[in-house]
Design a protein around this ligand. Structure first.
Ligand SMILES: Cc1ncc(COP(=O)(O)O)c(C=O)c1O
Length: 464
């Protein structure tokens, strides 16, 4: 690699880190991604320091950091050389990379959301009535105009558009907590997909609810298995994500939705439906709730399409439940902080929301394109509107063993175990988040390392 190329890589890309750490991290990611020849000599510390405008001590600390990670080795009186990094044979005594590439967390890809927030603040700051209102106590279910905005937004899932059925929450997880706390009692059983959203599992643990996993196939939850489980466990509750299920990305076709709704009605199940990921779809299928308006709770939020920090969700429920659900908010925090739904409502009415979702969809498409190139030849499940890949691992890989070997060479993923409900055996599969790395370069590096590791069988040194 030429000195000029190297200068671009070691570009102190993160101003929030100490300089030596930023340089070491930039170089480490390029070494792991195979951008350096093995045995290549890194430039003399003084030369690199001069070009980057830092002290020679900073470069010395950066090189030492690479050595500690097993990515480079210094030869006394000669210089520092890139070491062979084969993700398939990690050195047992090398420490994991200090800054792993994160393909594990599931977050919205930053687009123009910070700018949109600035624009919203500018507009809202001109309206003194609004400013006074958002600083005051409000009804527990939210201000009526926020509920109207939420009802309008939820219509994209085929709902009625009635504000009287909608309340504001601090995101979908809060909505889920309100529903379960209102309806369920400790010891109750909730049926869900055999692999399910970990936030439900955390809530079930804290509320002492029993979760039972229901078999899934390529179309989502299997209706016969749901009916069997409802009878066996004599339960009143189910939770599911019919569109872009986390982690598998499965979407239930219409016929399956009809069959699941019929079972829910026959077995008197309250249905809690999560459409957080479906928010990224241009034309989502009608929510399961539209078949069951009297016995369902539809959870939505902007966490996966704009920004999780907005903490705004809209929960649609049968009107007779609204007072009790509002009581749950009252017990928690009196109300949802009104400034956040004010911003969301402004975005819904001004068209900013659709614009931001459009940008998110573009960003997802771009990352999927990169992923399909980097992982060509490997089998995985994907969906055009979904930033997560689901990859059953080829024989003889075991999921835990693969994730540990991958972590050792600086890439993080989630295994199926993370989503497994109860003690049911999880498949040997991983979820790969395309939305978490800060840049496309980091995404490519992480996926390249993953593919290199998977391209051969595990070695004995990879056994945990
Ligand atoms: C299926 C699902 N539901 C809900 C959430 C959480 O949403 P929120 O941030 O709105 O609470 C997540 C976040 O990962 C999720 O994957």
């Amino acid at each position: 690699m030429s000195f000029e190329q190297l200068i671009t890589i070691a570009s102190l890309s993160d101003p929030n880190k100490p300089k030596y750490q930023a340089i070491a991290d930039d170089l480490a990611q390029s070494i792991v991604a195979g951008q350096f020849a093995v045995g290549e000599k890194l430039p003399p510390q003084r030369d690199l320091a001069l070009r980057l405008g830092v002290t020679a001590g900073t470069i010395s600390r950066a090189y030492a950091n690479l050595e500690r990670q097993g990515l480079a080795s210094a030869r006394v009186g000669d210089g520092t050389y890139v070491r062979a990094v084969d993700p398939r044979t990690p050195s047992p005594d090398a420490a994991p990379l200090s800054l792993p590439i994160d393909l594990a967390h599931n977050v919205a890809i930053p687009t123009e959301d910070a700018l949109a927030l600035k624009r919203a603040f500018e507009t809202l700051s001109l309206d003194h009535e609004v400013l006074k209102q958002v600083l005051s106590y409000q009804p527990e279910a939210g201000l009526m105009r926020h509920r109207h905005a939420g009802a309008q937004w939820l219509q994209r899932f085929g709902t009625s558009g009635q504000a009287s059925r909608v309340m504001v929450t601090h995101g979908a997880q809060h909505g889920l907590a309100c529903v379960l706390r209102t309806l369920a009692r400790p010891g109750d059983t909730v049926l869900t997909e055999s692999l399910s959203y970990p936030g439900l599992q955390a809530l079930a643990r804290s509320m002492r609810l029993q979760l039972i996993g229901v078999e899934m196939d390529a179309d989502g939850m299997v209706p016969q298995a749901l009916e069997r489980a409802a009878k066996t466990y004599d339960t009143k509750f189910m939770y599911c994500s019919p569109s872009l299920h986390n982690p598998t990305g499965t979407t239930m076709p219409i016929a399956r939705r009809e069959a699941i709704a019929a079972v829910a009605r026959r077995c008197n199940l309250w249905v809690i439906e999560d459409c957080v990921h479906a928010a990224a779809q241009a034309s989502p299928l009608p929510a399961l709730s539209t078949w069951l308006p009297d016995r369902s709770f539809l959870l939505s939020s902007f966490s996966k399409v704009i920004a999780p920090g907005l903490r705004v969700g809209f929960l649609e429920a049968a009107p007779e439940w609204l007072d009790k659900l509002a009581g749950s908010i009252r017990a928690d925090s009196w109300m949802v902080a009104p400034l956040m739904p004010e911003i969301a409502s402004h975005w819904i009415h001004s068209g900013e929301l659709d614009h931001l979702i459009g940008l998110q969809r573009q960003a997802i498409a771009e990352r999927l394109h990169v992923a399909k190139g980097a992982l060509s030849g490997l089998d995985f499940q994907s969906d055009n509107d979904y930033p997560l890949l689901w990859m059953p691992l080829p024989e003889p890989w075991r999921a835990g063993q693969f994730a540990a070997a991958l972590r050792h060479v600086g890439v993080l993923v989630r295994t199926a175990d993370h989503f497994a409900v109860g003690r049911s055996a999880a498949p040997h599969a991983i979820r790969i988040s395309l939305n978490s790395p800060a840049t496309l370069e980091q995404l490519t590096s992480g996926l390249t390392v993953l593919k290199t590791l998977l391209d051969g069988p595990p070695t004995a040194s990879m056994d945990p």
